[in-house]
Design a protein around this ligand. Structure first.
Ligand code: HMG
Length: 412
């Protein structure tokens, strides 16, 4: 039986980053509300040369370089995004062209808010398990620019970036065994973006409640499937680390507490109950198993579809424990809503790969901007319509040049 996994990961962020302390000052808010209350320190800001396509291409190129992947081996390209650039043409088609992938490659875009990349990943894993890949690899990308209104409560939870994953059965960083997935879907109005709007509409507190409700629902289903396949009751204590969808850092603490109280309510033995009620142990577990996954997200902000996989990459990079052979719990949430709880097993090369990728150095190279510059960049993105004559390439990959005859043009 073929066990598929993620063979390479690449991450892209735009050139600019805004410290949330500066945003707090400009909005007349106590900076601690953002840095401690939300648990996020900086947010990446896209400029007018960037969109979902350019970020996706840069992340993919990094994954090819780090994983030594020959692009001609990609037979399936799936791009999950909620920052689509066209109602008909998928981001995947532009990405396919810019990467120069084979014409004999299936490519499409998936959408379900932040869940879209997970839909792509599960699809790619099943494609390999079913034998349809015939030796080819899949490239799955989550790419987004999060956007809420200036001065709105959602504003400090923006971010921009992409995570690309090469999925194959070769030399994996993590594997997905047994296809144990707990899915949970509920039609809710917590967060959405109408077709004519560049900004998301969100009922913030409701979205947090929906996230936590979906977490318990998906975990319950994961336990049921796991019981059927592996026997016994799966517990959070089984995981050496857990990566959650991270719209802002603090939500991972809320999520972890919520799962623990869900387990407490459903504990079947007094030993389990005593352990779960031990708050100190819960905090140690959080620091050891969850906090390493927040290091990169806290510096980048919400990248929507890529957010869970950014947390996974951060876990591999920052965990002080030797994770080889360990099982990790993963939770993906997309507003609207769809969620999945699933697991993966860490392979020998994963932590060395993450160290080599050195994603923190990439963040150190970002240009720190102030609030007037951030607001100027947001306006410049909206105003980018006409095709430019001069192309100031940042040097790291493609730039969006603008549109001619209502068709988008890229360079690089
Ligand atoms: P808000 O109303 O600005 O903040 O909204 P708050 O008043 O709830 O405060 C936030 C936290 O800061 C609270 O802590 C306060 O106590 C604390 P908590 O009670 O939550 O533990 N606080 C302070 N801490 C230290 N010093 C202070 C201070 N003041 C207050 N001085 C909210 C926050 C997240 C709702 C808002 O930013 C928002 O609407 N964000 C966008 C929506 C969002 O991120 N939702 C998350 C769940 S839904 C999801 O993840 C899906 C999503 O990614 C989209 C998709 O799927 O596509 C968003």
């Amino acid at each position: 039986m073929t066990i598929p996994g993620i063979q390479a990961i690449g991450i892209a962020v735009p050139q600019f980053t805004l410290p949330l302390t500066a945003l707090a000052e400009a909005r007349g808010v106590d900076p601690a509300k953002y840095t401690e209350g939300l648990g996020t320190h900086r947010m990446s800001v896209a400029g007018p040369d960037d969109d979902a396509v350019t970020l996706a291409v840069r992340a993919a190129r990094q994954s090819f370089a780090l994983g030594n992947i020959d692009p001609s081996t990609i037979g399936l390209l799936i791009v999950g995004t909620e920052t689509g650039v066209d109602h008909s043409k998928p981001v995947a088609a532009f990405v396919h062209g810019l990467l120069g992938l084979s014409w004999n490659c299936r490519s499409f875009e998936t959408k379900h808010a932040c869940f879209a990349a997970t839909a792509g990943l599960q699809n790619a894993l099943d494609w390999i398990r079913a034998g349809s890949a015939r030796g080819k690899k899949a490239l799955v990308i989550g790419t987004d620019i999060a956007r809420y209104g200036l001065g709105s409560p959602g504003e400090p939870t923006q971010g921009a970036g992409a995570v690309a994953m090469v999925v194959s059965e070769e030399q994996p960083l993590v594997t997905f065994e047994d296809s144990i997935v707990g899915s949970f879907t509920r039609d809710v109005a917590d967060f959405w973006r109408p077709l004519d709007s560049t900004e998301a509409i969100v009922d913030g507190q409701k979205s947090v409640d929906c996230y936590l409700h979906a977490l318990a629902g998906a975990f319950r289903e994961y336990q049921r499937v796991s019981r059927e396949v592996r026997g016994g009751t799966a517990r959070t204590a089984d995981f050496a680390a857990m990566a959650y969808h991270v719209p802002y850092g603090k939500i991972a603490l809320k999520a972890h507490r919520h799962l623990r109280s869900y387990e407490t309510e459903n504990a079947t033995s007094s030993r389990d109950l005593a352990r779960l009620r031990n708050d100190e142990e819960s905090l140690v577990a959080y620091e050891e198993r969850v906090a390493p996954g927040l290091v990169l997200p806290r510096q980048i902000g919400n990248i929507y579809t890529g957010a869970l996989y950014l947390a996974l990459a951060s876990t591999l990079l920052m965990s002080q424990r030797d994770l080889e052979g360990a099982r990790l719990g993963l939770f993906s949430y997309g507003s609207g809503s769809c969620a999945e709880f699933f697991d993966c097993t860490v392979c020998e090369m994963a932590q060395g790969y993450a160290r080599q990728a050195n994603w923190t150095a990439m963040l150190d190279r970002q240009t720190v901007i102030d609030v007037p510059e951030y607001e100027r960049l947001v306006r410049a993105r909206d105003e980018r319509a006409a095709l430019r004559d001069v192309v100031p390439l940042a040097g790291e990959g493609p730039a969006f040049l603008g549109s001619r005859d209502r068709y988008r043009h890229y360079e690089g």
